[in-house]
Design a protein around this ligand. Structure first.
Ligand code: ATP
Ligand code: MG
Length: 483
């Protein structure tokens, strides 16, 4: 059988390929079935059928094809000649991007598939906006001029490759064939297992405030806090911290989505998710009662009309000063994420894309520390409650800084010794006395205060025994009774 001979007689292609086993011959003919010849046959292939076909030994076409033939087939089958897209599994779709899982046939995942590995599992982000695509990459790369090294892949999922269909004609055609031409900026990442949003939804991490898996919540908190420390150490805020942007990969929680990442001091909010934005990022237009997130873009357009199909267009007539990127923005986001992990409930009920309606935005704008206290009171774990409350402070300067978050007893899982900063004391008054003869007076004082409803801590021993210089560890030697 001489495949080359068929080339001379055009009508023979289809007949030949219809006959049993010819495709096997074609794919496995080594030198004779050169890629050039394959190309010749392509108009007559039904690729899907070819791939489904197997030879007498049950071997799939692609498995037995020669490397040359495989490469030709891959160029036809796969995006960019390498990515087999799971188009039936579009993980995320919005006006600005699509994320689709794929198998990269040019790479092998030896660990996951030591035997007969077919490729590396990746997640591909197809983006409309070149600026966001560049931002995602440059933030990860760091900035050598400013002495900022690249972001660690143990904290932020890295970019394996990036493609720009505007500069790659074949890639553009490949996108068009898959109806993805509106998303020409492409970023390939290692595929994570699932988002924290999915973990919350499917793994019953915190079905209610009474059923929280504290050990796992602690692990997630540790990983996210360390990732933020890493980012802030490079003077960048994430800017859009939320469960959809935290991914689990091999038991580690990592950040994704650096579209909103901003260098400290620059205007923040170019992209944000209102349900996770701090109150100072909300602008309320008193004239109309309309509220919006302060974005640098909107500011450029006085009397702007904003809105989406869901959120009717609204007019914002007054101007505002955009917020400067500072760690406090991520600290608030962390607080909102932790609140959800600790209660199973969202702090602010947003739409599926984490935006808020006008009422939600106004409620966020009027957030107070008193509300933080009320809302966090449903957190059953004392240390977690204290941490979340400290992050959800109204004033950005009052939010607990990351170095203290890292050392917080909830994060370190150390026992709480005494009262935590900002925690209200259990007792209203402390009474003790120096001389034994004062005991009667103290008894009366104790009775009077308790009658008035005060909680009183009474050291029932004369301070002759309990010197103020006595170290706390000596205290048990005194008979201390709490009334
Ligand atoms: N590396 C990855 N592995 C697995 N899933 C991913 C990965 N990257 C993104 N995803 C999924 O895609 C979703 C959207 O990704 P990403 O957050 O990067 O897009 P986005 O910028 O929020 O999109 P939009 O432009 O619509 O705001 C994530 O919430 C996650 O479910
Ligand atoms: Mg996102």
């Amino acid at each position: 059988m001489h495949l080359a001979a068929w080339r001379a007689e055009p009508g023979h292609h289809e007949a030949a390929l219809a006959s049993d086993g010819v495709w096997v011959l074609l794919l496995t003919s080594g030198k004779t079935a050169a890629p050039e010849l394959m190309q010749d046959f392509f108009p007559h292939f039904k690729l899907d059928e070819l791939l489904q076909a197997s030879d007498a030994h049950g071997r799939k076409a692609l498995d037995v094809a020669t490397p040359g033939c495989k490469a030709v087939l891959a160029s036809k089958l796969y995006l960019g000649g390498r990515y087999e897209l799971a188009l039936d599994q579009i993980v995320h779709q919005s006006a600005t991007c699509k994320v689709i899982y794929a198998l990269d046939h040019s790479e092998r995942d030896e660990e996951k598939e030591p035997e007969g590995a077919r490729g590396l599992h990746v997640a591909i982000k197809f983006m409309r906006n070149e600026g966001q695509w560049l931002q995602e990459q440059s933030t990860r790369r760091g900035d050598a001029e400013r002495g900022l090294v690249a972001l660690g892949e143990e904290f932020v999922i890295g970019v394996l490759r990036a493609h720009n269909a505007k500069e790659d004609e074949q890639f553009r055609k490949d996108l068009e064939a898959r109806k993805l031409q509106d998303y020409p900026f492409v970023m390939v990442m290692p595929r994570a297992d699932r988002s924290l949003a999915d973990v919350l939804k499917h793994e019953h991490l915190a079905p209610s405030p009474d059923e929280v898996h504290w050990a796992e919540v602690r692990v997630i908190t540790q990983h996210v806090v360390k990732a933020l420390v890493h980012l802030h150490g490079r003077e960048i805020i994430h800017g859009d911290l939320k469960p959809l942007n935290i991914m689990r990969m091999e038991k580690r929680y990592l950040l994704i989505d650096l579209d909103a990442a901003t260098q400290f001091g620059l205007p923040a909010g170019a992209k944000s998710s209102a349900a996770f934005c701090p109150p100072e990022m909300v602008h309320v237009d008193e004239a109309t009662g309309n509220a919006c997130i302060k974005t640098p873009q909107l500011l450029k357009k006085p009397f702007a009309t904003i809105g989406s199909a869901r959120n009717a267009a609204k007019v914002i007539a007054s101007s505002y000063t955009p917020i400067e990127a500072s760690p406090a923005i991520d600290l608030w986001g962390l607080g909102v994420v932790l609140f959800q992990l600790c209660t199973g409930r969202a702090l602010f009920d947003g739409f599926s894309d984490d935006t808020l309606d006008n009422n939600g935005l106004r409620a966020l704008a009027s957030w107070s520390d008193a509300q933080a206290k009320v809302r966090t009171s449903e957190i059953r774990n004392r240390a977690a409650r204290h941490l979340v409350r400290s992050l959800l402070a109204r004033d950005p300067n009052d939010r607990m800084p990351l170095d203290r978050v890292l050392a917080h007893p909830f994060v370190t899982d150390e026992p709480i010794l005494g009262r935590l900063p900002g925690e209200e004391p259990f007792y209203d008054a402390f009474i003790g006395y120096r001389v034994a003869t004062d005991q009667g007076n103290v008894e009366q004082l104790f009775a009077a205060l308790t009658r008035l409803g005060y909680r009183v801590f009474w050291v029932r021993c004369a301070c002759a025994l309990f010197s103020f210089r006595t170290h706390l560890t000596d205290a048990p030697r005194c008979r201390i009774n709490c009334a």
